[in-house]
Each structure stands twice: as C-alpha cells, then as structure tokens.
Design a protein around this ligand. Structure first.
Ligand SMILES: Cc1cc2nc3c(=O)[nH]c(=O)nc-3n(C[C@H](O)[C@H](O)[C@H](O)COP(=O)(O)OP(=O)(O)OC[C@H]3O[C@@H](n4cnc5c(N)ncnc54)[C@H](O)[C@@H]3O)c2cc1C
Length: 441
C-alpha cells in the first residue's frame, strides 16, 4: 500500500478524532498534517468550553498523544483559504478533511442588533476565554440587567460566568482581562429569554443544576410557566431531569432569593422582536408566544425589558472557504455525509452544524477514515505518490509563512502555565503576536 497524505484543517475535537481514526485505519502508511489558523491547538476546547469546567478541557490530553505521534504534524498559524488555498492542498495531499468548526454567530436578524453591547456568544465566550479575535471585545458590565437569548448550554455558561464571584473562579483559566471586568460588574438581574417553554429547553441537567449552587445568584422560574407535572413522564430522561431542576427553582422560597444579590430569571414563551437604544442597547422588546406541538407562535402581546447588555446564544455558522461548496441555508459546507468533492471531506461542526458535545465528533472521524479508505479502493483518490507535507513546506517557505509546530506550542503552553495566577492552570496569551513570541524563536 503506497504512503498516503492527509491534510486535516482544524485542530479541534473533530480534527484530532479524525487524525486518530486515520492512524488506526492506515497505520504506518499515512502522514497527517493538522492545520490551524491559530498558533495554539484544540479549537473550542480551549476557546469555547467554559473556563470553570476544567475537567472537560482534560480531553485535550488524549489529543496530545495523537498530536505527538510520529506520523502527525501540527501546522499552526496557517489560515487555509488565505495562506494556502484548497486547490493547492488538494493537489498536494490525497485527502483534505475540513474540521474548521462553526466559529461565526448566527445573527438574530432583529432591528437594533448592531447597537453597542449586543454580542453573539461566539464573541462573548471568545472574550472570556481569550480567543485572539475577541480579546478586545470590551463588554460594558455596568448595567443592572443583562438579557441572554437562548435556552441551551451555551446560555447557561454565559449566565454562570456573569454570576460568579471571583472566589468561584479559583482553579479556572478565565483570562485576566475578563476576571478584572467581571470583578467590577454591576449586574443584578439576568433574564434568560426563550421562545418556547420548560419542556423545550436544550439545557442538560448537570449544567442546569449548577445554577442552584452559585454563591451570589439565585435562579427564578415562574410556577405558572410549568406544565402539569404528570406531562414530564413523556419527556426523554435527560430533559425530564432538567425539568425537575426547573421545578425546584420554582419552589425556592422568596427569602432565599433575597439572600442572593443576582437574580437569574427564566422568561419562557418570550420571543425578542427588537432591540432599542441610542448608541448602546437600552432594552429589548419581547412578544409573548404560545407553544403547540413544540412550535411557538407569537400572540401579539408585547412588553419591554430594560437591559444594558444583550448576549444571543442561538447557534453558529461555519466560515465559508473559497473553492468549497457552501450550504448557505444550513450555514455549513455542502456535503453528502461528509463527502464534499473527490478527496475533500468535512467532519465535526463544519459537517453537521453546531450541535452535540465533544464526543459527538468522534464518530465523524471514524466515518471519514472509512470513506477515505473506500475512495482509495475505488480509485477516486489516484494511485498515491503525491508530495504531501513536503510540498506544503515549499509553499510555506516561498510565502514566508511563520508556521508554528507542536514543539512550539508546548513552549507557548509552558509559558502560559508559568504565568498562571495562584491556583489557576494557566494564564492564556490573548493575542497571536504574544503567542508567537512565547515560542522563543
Ligand atoms: C461556548 C461553548 C461551550 C461548549 N462547552 C462544551 C462542554 O462543556 N462539553 C462538551 O462536550 N462540548 C462543549 N461544546 C461543544 C464542543 O466544543 C464542540 O462539539 C466541538 O468543539 C466541535 O469541534 P470541531 O472540531 O468541529 O470545531 P472546533 O472545536 O471549533 O475546532 C475548529 C478548529 O478549526 C480552526 N479553523 C477554523 N477555520 C480555519 C481555517 N480556515 N484554517 C485553519 N484552521 C481553521 C479553528 O481555529 C479551530 O481550532 C461547547 C461549545 C461551545 C460553543
């Protein structure tokens, strides 16, 4: 079997699960280059997963083993589509696998969305997690009320980060600029807005349950919003557990709410219609909905919530890359179960859209390795003999690309660990220049 060359674009979970699967499928007969536009690996494990959920970030240790094996290279600080094109990579490698995730916020498409202090969760989460693109976001946390739109786990992350005291961030890797800003936050009320009801939330029980244990925030659910308890029996078990949490929030006595200075209020059956304000957002107009067979319909009854910060957590879109067919409606690469064009594939959020956990991306990796093997057997990928990474190195030298290797990343990581405040695992570099400098070249 001739040596095959695979380029994986994106070093998040989907990228490294694919590298792992390709190693299993092709053994010593494969060389794999994992590209990333950042000088640091692991995608949303580093820049999405909440900084106070360190145990989840631990999965990167598994990817490190793959990244350090002999036939896998990390090619950091190279943006595919800008620094090197897809046709160039398809010419050099037998297979190119897009694992670029879904880094752009899905827009609200509402009047007033462009007002100041209105953010999508990719930007806001990127800010507190130190993603270089969003480190300079500078959110204003001086208003009393914040509105978080969406009822999934990302909304819960955002609410928790806005609610926690400095002491509750001990052991987290929240970046210094965010900790500093949160320390001065004046937020007293966080409204979580959802178009549908308690039986339609996308929040998982463990994450929802955490709201009951915050030092200075208390979750509030209006008992009138809850369906008859007997109807919970029809829910799938995970959702049923989440609804049990909502019922317990509804039962919290008033005097216990009074002990905590931040109120986290679930506003069900409420669809945002418009945001208003002069320069910065000052409030949001909301319309009540009715839900029938899981679908929300607006009722015409409106009210306003004064708010100086709005964060929408309503999903993400993949960034298009030149020469790759794109499904505009779905916001991801156009693909047929992972196949895009001969020798060009997609995995993870770039393939399926933004849903599921880290582990949900694993089967994509095995599936694409199978498809590459099938396509090799069917002669679709040619006889082999392409240059692979050595061909890319020629392009990189000609274009003077400053490629960051995995050994470089380990130096950056070490510098981040050395800079950590007491009890924290690391203090992340939040701009690309600082990362590159820390590599010490
Ligand atoms: C806020 C948030 C919190 C989450 N929390 C959890 C959690 O607690 N537990 C859990 O299991 N899951 C969680 N998830 C889900 C999990 O992060 C995703 O399932 C997973 O990261 C998707 O993997 P991916 O590899 O497809 O994309 P990503 O992780 O986004 O990786 C994509 C990679 O591609 C790179 N890239 C993009 N474009 C280019 C380009 N043109 N050239 C080169 N490189 C490029 C990016 O820099 C990035 O490194 C969370 C998601 C979000 C958004």
């Amino acid at each position: 079997m001739p040596l095959r060359h695979i380029a994986i674009i994106g070093s998040g979970p989907a990228g490294y699960y694919t590298a792992e699967a390709a190693q299993k499928a092709f053994g010593e007969n494969v060389l794999i280059d994992v590209f990333d536009c950042l000088p640091v690996p692991y995608g949303l494990i580093r820049s999405g997963v909440a900084p106070d959920h360190q145990s989840i970030k631990g999965v990167s240790r598994r990817f490190e083993a793959t990244a350090q094996s002999e036939n896998v290279r990390f090619v950091g600080n190279v943006r595919v589509g800008r620094d090197v094109t897809i046709p160039e990579l398809r010419g050099l490698y037998d297979a190119v696998v897009l694992a670029t995730g879904a880094p752009n916020d899905r827009p609200l498409d509402l009047p007033g969305e462009q007002l100041g202090n209105v953010f999508g969760s990719a930007a806001f989460v990127g800010w507190y997690n130190g993603h270089p693109e969003f480190a300079g976001l500078d959110p204003d946390l001086s208003a009393k009320t914040a509105v978080v739109i969406g009822m999934g786990n990302v909304a819960l992350d955002v609410v928790r980060i806005l609610s926690k005291t400095e002491a509750e961030f001990a052991g987290s890797d929240i970046v210094a600029h965010a900790l500093e800003r949160l320390r001065k936050s004046r937020i007293e009320r966080i409204v979580i807005l959802g178009r549908r009801g308690p039986h339609q939330i996308m929040m998982t029980p463990k994450e929802l349950g955490e709201l009951a244990h915050l030092m200075r925030a208390s979750p509030r659910v209006d008992p009138a919003d809850l369906p008859e308890e007997g109807e919970d029996a029809l829910l799938e078990p995970g959702l049923r557990k989440s609804v049990v949490h909502l019922r317990s929030f509804a039962a919290i006595p008033e005097e216990m709410h009074a002990d905590k200075p931040i109120e986290v209020e679930f506003d069900f059956f409420a669809q945002p219609n418009a945001l208003f304000g002069e320069e910065g957002v000052e409030g949001i107009e909301v319309e009540k909905t009715e839900v029938s067979a899981g679908k929300a319909t607006a009722t015409g009854e409106t009210y306003t919530i004064p708010a100086g910060l709005v964060i929408s957590c309503i999903g993400y879109r993949t960034s298009p890359i030149p020469d790759v067919p794109f499904d505009e409606r779905a916001g991801k690469f156009a693909n047929d179960e992972g196949r895009i064009l001969p020798g060009l594939y997609a995995v993870g959020w770039a393939r399926r859209g933004p849903s599921g956990t880290i582990g949900t991306n694993r089967p994509d990796g095995f599936d694409v390795a199978d498809k590459i093997a099938e396509d090799i057997a069917a002669g679709v990928l040619g006889p082999g003999g392409k240059p692979g990474g050595s061909g890319f190195d020629v392009i990189a030298a000609r274009r003077e690309l400053d490629v960051v290797s995995f050994a470089d990343w380990k130096k950056i990581e070490q510098a981040e660990e050395q800079a950590a405040r007491e009890g924290a695992p690391r203090e992340k570099f939040v701009d690309v220049e600082a990362m590159i400098k820390a590599r010490g070249l």
